[in-house]
Design a protein around this ligand. Structure first.
Ligand code: SAH
Length: 216
């Protein structure tokens, strides 16, 4: 017999209030998107009931679905607007890509591990995000074929700013990326300007390493 499932809509609303609004996420579109995307559809089946906990959760192959607050913070920092084209590096479960799909017109996401890319494709389709494009490859090099992008979000930490990702931004576009190593990382918000990258440091964070040509 199947166990009764928790009231996911209620847990989601609680997550938005207690983990996001209470910690200073204010963009109404981000709050709305986070209140809409079914995070339980992106965890492994055994972890569904834990989906709204205030933590990253293992998704296999040494990777995690990011903590809800981090996803919201990245989306807010990326300042995604309707009509935008966005690149999401490090698909993982596909959750962040789904949230971005609520905010933007077009979302491309790149994952280096085939098994995760395939699973994310299935999960995105099942949750109604068939219009997100999942690419298999080294996202540290971006996706030159589909750029330039209004925003690029990265869910894995780079040793320094990857030039390819910066280059694939439109003027005024934003790159949100954790920079640092296992000991310490900061989420950086980089805006492309005619004078070069304008970098604003945000909060301390902890992500898995970006593994690739412009990563580790
Ligand atoms: N945003 C994801 C979090 C995934 S964790 C989510 O919401 O679930 C980061 C992911 O980045 C991992 O799946 C890892 O395999 C992937 N990754 C690491 N280096 C990468 C690279 N160079 N290109 C693409 N994906 C990469």
């Amino acid at each position: 017999m199947r166990r009764r499932e928790p009231d996911f809509a209620a847990l989601r609303a609680q997550m938005v209030a207690e983990q996001l609004e209470a910690r200073g996420i204010t963009d109404p579109r981000v709050l709305e998107a986070m209140g809409k995307v079914p995070r339980e559809a992106f965890t492994d089946a055994d972890d569904r009931k834990r989906a709204y906990e205030d933590i990253p959760i293992q998704i296999g192959w040494g990777q995690t679905i990011s903590q809800p607050y981090m996803v919201a913070l990245i989306c807010e920092a990326a300042a995604v607007r309707p009509g935008n084209r966005v690149l999401d590096v490090g698909t993982g479960s596909g959750y962040q890509a789904a949230v971005l799909a609520e905010l933007a017109e077009e979302v491309h996401t790149v994952e280096r591990l085939r098994q995760l890319a395939e699973r994310a494709r299935e999960k995105l389709d099942a949750a109604g995000y068939g219009r997100v494009t999942v690419h298999l490859g080294d996202g540290s090099l971006g996706d030159p074929e589909h750029g330039p992008f209004d925003a690029v979000t990265v869910a894995a930490a780079a040793p320094e700013l990857p030039h390819s990702l910066y280059d694939q931004l439109v003027m005024g576009g934003r790159l949100v990326i954790p920079v640092g190593d296992r000991r310490g990382q900061r989420l950086e918000v980089v805006i492309k300007s005619p004078e070069g990258p304008a970098v604003a440091h945000s909060v301390a964070c902890r992500f898995v390493p970006l593994v690739g040509a412009e990563g580790y």
